[in-house]
Design a protein around this ligand. Structure first.
Ligand code: PAF
Length: 295
């Protein structure tokens, strides 16, 4: 595995692969790699001639009171995992390389960035959209891979790719879960053993909400109430930032709308909670079209 720490060198290397006609697959990460990342890496390797993974803890997507300085950094372990997985290039630019003195251009996706996590993390998606645009411009991949756990992030990146005519296919891969259903996340490392056990409430609640949506007639506001109550009932949950049903394309909260409209469509159930030092998110996309056809 080749390790490249400089954007210009990365661009030159990519140019050579593209001239040879190779397809490039790309997995952008902030490191602290877990099974979720490695599933993206595996898919990337299967579908492309050359696989590139980036590790860059992007300062501009963290708010002033967020965990940028304490975000888990395990570069040696990460590099060993990627090498073992057969990745061709590990790209690890420095902050001064990505944001040199005088840097002044940002990518802002209106509307989608203000909803769900955006309400609680102002500026977060501007930072994500900016760094991902830069990384896609540097790596020029045919395909870039993201996890469904970060549904809103993936939707925003799809919008950026569409709006800015970037020639990359955005591939969204299923969430990888621990045995008790907790979505894999680098921030799970912040949880104490008791908190880790308690965190399973998130997926349990999403599954109950999904069953409710798929089951007998109910209003989406009943679903929202169930989610809020079930999450708040867990003593180690310090705060439920949001827990509701959303339109999977616009991310508007749809809990006050007529559920019968969504009987034929898709509903995104999503939640963000704080447990100890960790802010955890998860979601479940409920597709009622199959059910409608079977009925
Ligand atoms: O999901 C992440 O790890 C980050 O938000 C990303 C996409 C690598 C951008 O920094």
């Amino acid at each position: 595995m080749e390790v490249i720490r400089n954007a210009r060198v990365m661009q030159q290397t990519v140019k050579e692969y593209l001239q040879r006609g190779s397809s490039i697959g790309f997995v952008p990460t902030m490191g602290a790699l877990h099974g979720g990342h490695m599933s993206l890496v595996q898919r990337c390797r299967e579908e492309n001639d050359v696989s590139v993974v980036s590790i860059f803890v992007n300062p501009i997507q963290f708010g002033p009171s967020e965990d940028f300085s304490s975000y888990p950094r395990n570069t040696e372990d990460d590099a060993a995992k990627l090498q073992e997985a057969g990745v061709d290039i590990l790209f690890m630019p420095g902050v001064e390389d990505m944001y040199p003195e005088g840097f002044a251009t940002f990518v802002e996706v209106e509307r989608l960035s203000d909803r769900l996590c955006g309400r609680f993390r102002p500026g977060h998606f501007r930072g994500v959209a900016t760094v991902v645009t830069k990384l896609l411009n540097i790596v020029r991949p045919s395909r870039a891979y993201f996890g469904q756990k970060d549904y809103q992030q993936a939707l925003i990146i799809k919008q950026v790719v569409r709006d800015l005519n970037i020639e990359t296919e955005t591939v969204v891969c299923p969430t990888v879960r621990e045995a008790d259903g907790l979505a894999m996340s680098s921030r799970n490392l912040y949880l104490s053993p008791r908190e880790r056990k308690a965190a399973a409430v998130i997926y349990r609640t999403l599954c109950r909400a999904r069953d409710m949506v798929l089951g007998a007639e109910c209003s989406l506001s009943d679903v929202k109430n169930l989610m809020e109550e079930a999450l708040s009932a867990e003593p180690l949950v310090d705060e439920v930032e949001y827990a509701s049903a959303f339109d999977p394309e616009t991310l508007e909260d749809i809990c006050s709308r007529d559920v019968t409209i969504y009987r034929k469509g898709r509903v995104l159930l999503a939640a963000a909670v704080r447990i100890g030092r960790a802010r955890l998110i998860d979601n479940e996309l409920v597709d009622m079209t199959a059910q409608e056809e079977a009925a």
